[in-house]
Design a protein around this ligand. Structure first.
Ligand code: CAA
Length: 379
C-alpha cells in the first residue's frame, strides 16, 4: 500500500507539531498534576481546525481525510495524550457519528458547533455493567410520543464534564436485545441530567472522565439518530473509526517516548561514554523504533482503507491492538532507558507510560480487538 503523503498531509503534521511543542508542552506536567485541561488551549485547538478535521466545510469542519487526522493525532499525542483523547472523541466518535447518521437538521444544529470546537461532545455507551459487554445496556429510553424519557447511569465518559453535547445509547425495547437500543443527542442542562463523580485516573489525567446520570430526562423525539433500534449499530460503526483515532493516539505516545529516549541516550553518559554507545541501549532503541514504525503503518493502512471507502473493521482493530500494545511496551522501555530520571515527572516518560495504559482499555480493550479480528478472519 502506497501512502503517498501529499504536501497537505506534511503541512498538517507540521502545524500539529508546532502547536503541540509551542502551546501544549509548556503546561503539560501541571495539567496532569491538577487534572484539568486548559479552556484556552481547547479554544485554540478548535480555531486551528483540530476538533472537526474530517467534517465537511459546510458544517464547519476541515473537510480532510482520515490520514490527515491520524497524522495530527500522532503529533498532538506525542506531547499531550490528554489533548489527544479529547480531540479523538470529538472527531471520530461524536462528529463522525453525527455527520454520517444524523439528519440535516441535527447536523445544522449540533455538528457545526462541535466541528468548529465551539463546544465539545461526549460518547456515552459504557455503563457500570456494560463495558466490553456493550449490548447489556441498562439505561432506558421509554417512548412517550413526542419525547423519550431517559433513565440510567453512564460511566467513564471522556469529556463528561466539559462536553455540552452527549450522544447517549439507551435501551428502548429490551425484548429485542441489542436491536432495541437507540442513540440520542442529549444536551447538557436538560432537567434530570446530572454530571456525577470525576474519576481520579492513572493517566490522561488532564482530560475529564465522569459518571453521567439521567433521571426522567425528556429527550425530544427529533434528537434520536437513525431509525428506531439503530443505536447499537451506530455505536459499533462509529467505534470502528474511533479505534483508528485511539490507535493514532497510542502511536503518538509510543513515538514521543521513543524520541525522548533517543535524545536522552546521546546526552547521558555512563562508563565514560554516551549510553547510546552501549549495545544494551542500542538494542532497546532499535526495537522501539521498529515497533513504532510497524504501528504507524497499521494506523495509516486503516486510515487509507477508510478514506477509500473499503472495509476497515479488521484493519482498525489491528491498528488499535498493535499500537496500544506498542505504546505500553515502548513507554516502559523509555522509562528504563532514562533510569532514575525516567521515574520523575520532568522527563515526561513516566507520564507517557501512565497515559499508554488506557489505550489498551478504552474504545474496546485489547481482548475485544482480538475478538473483533478473529470474527473478521473467521466469517
Ligand atoms: N462493526 C459493525 N457492526 C458490528 C461490529 C463492528 N465492529 N461488531 C458487532 N457488530 C454488530 C453485529 O454485526 C451484530 O449486528 P446484527 O445483529 O445486525 O447481526 C451486532 O453488532 C451485535 O454484535 P454481536 O452479536 O457480535 O454482539 P456481541 O455481544 O457478541 O459482541 C462486541 C459485541 C463486539 C463485543 C461489542 O459489544 C464491543 O465492541 N464491545 C466493546 C465496546 C467498546 O468498544 N466500548 C468502548 C466505549 S466508548 C469509549 O471508550 C470512548 C471514550 O470515551 C474514549
Amino acid at each position: 500500500m502506497d501512502f503517498n503523503l501529499s504536501e497537505e498531509h506534511l503541512l498538517i503534521g507540521e502545524a500539529a507539531q508546532n502547536f503541540a511543542e509551542n502551546y501544549l508542552l509548556p503546561g503539560v506536567i501541571d495539567r496532569d498534576e491538577v487534572q484539568k485541561f486548559d479552556k484556552e488551549l481547547l479554544r485554540q485547538m478548535g480555531e486551528l481546525g483540530f476538533m472537526g478535521m474530517m467534517v465537511a466545510p459546510d458544517y464547519g469542519g476541515g473537510g480532510m481525510d482520515t490520514l490527515s487526522y491520524v497524522i495530527a493525532m500522532e503529533e498532538i499525542s506525542k506531547i499531550d495524550a490528554s489533548a489527544g483523547v479529547i480531540m479523538s472523541v470529538n472527531n471520530s466518535l461524536v462528529c463522525w457519528g453525527l455527520e454520517n447518521f444524523g439528519t440535516s437538521e441535527q447536523k445544522e444544529k449540533y455538528l457545526t458547533k462541535l466541528a468548529s470546537g465551539q463546544v465539545i461532545g461526549a460518547f456515552c455507551l459504557s455503563e457500570p455493567e456494560a463495558g466490553s459487554d456493550a449490548t447489556s445496556q441498562h439505561t432506558t429510553a421509554i417512548d412517550k410520543g413526542d419525547h423519550y424519557l431517559l433513565n440510567g447511569t453512564k460511566n467513564w465518559i471522556t469529556n463528561g464534564d466539559t462536553a455540552e453535547i452527549c450522544l447517549v445509547m439507551a435501551q428502548t425495547h429490551p425484548e429485542k436485545q441489542h436491536k432495541g437500543i437507540n442513540v440520542f443527542i442529549v444536551e447538557k442542562g436538560l432537567a434530570g441530567f446530572v454530571v456525577g463523580k470525576k474519576e481520579n485516573k492513572m493517566g490522561i489525567r488532564a482530560s475529564d472522565t465522569n459518571t453521567l446520570m439521567f433521571t426522567d430526562v425528556r429527550v425530544p423525539k427529533e434528537n434520536r439518530i437513525g431509525d428506531d433500534g439503530f443505536g447499537f449499530k451506530f455505536a459499533m460503526s462509529t467505534l470502528n473509526g474511533g479505534r483508528i483515532g485511539i490507535a493514532a493516539q497510542a502511536l503518538g505516545i509510543a513515538a514521543g517516548a521513543f524520541e525522548l529516549s533517543l535524545k536522552y541516550s546521546k546526552e547521558r553518559r555512563t562508563f565514560g561514554k554516551p549510553i547510546s554507545e552501549h549495545q544494551a541501549i542500542q538494542f532497546k532503541l532499535s526495537e522501539m523504533a521498529t515497533k513504532v514504525e510497524a504501528a504507524r503503518l497499521l494506523v495509516y493502512k486503516a486510515a487509507r482503507l477508510k478514506d477509500e471507502g473499503k472495509d476497515y473493521i479488521q484493519a482498525s482493530a489491528m491498528a488499535k491492538l498493535y499500537a496500544s500494545e506498542t505504546a505500553m511496551w515502548v513507554t516502559t522501555e523509555a522509562v528504563q532507558v532514562h533510569g532514575g530520571y525516567g521515574y520523575v515527572k520532568e522527563y515526561h516518560v513516566e507520564r507517557l507510560m501512565r497515559d499508554a495504559k488506557i489505550t489498551q482499555i478504552y474504545e474496546g480493550t485489547s481482548e475485544i480487538q482480538k475478538l473483533v479480528i478473529a470474527r473478521e478472519l473467521l466469517k
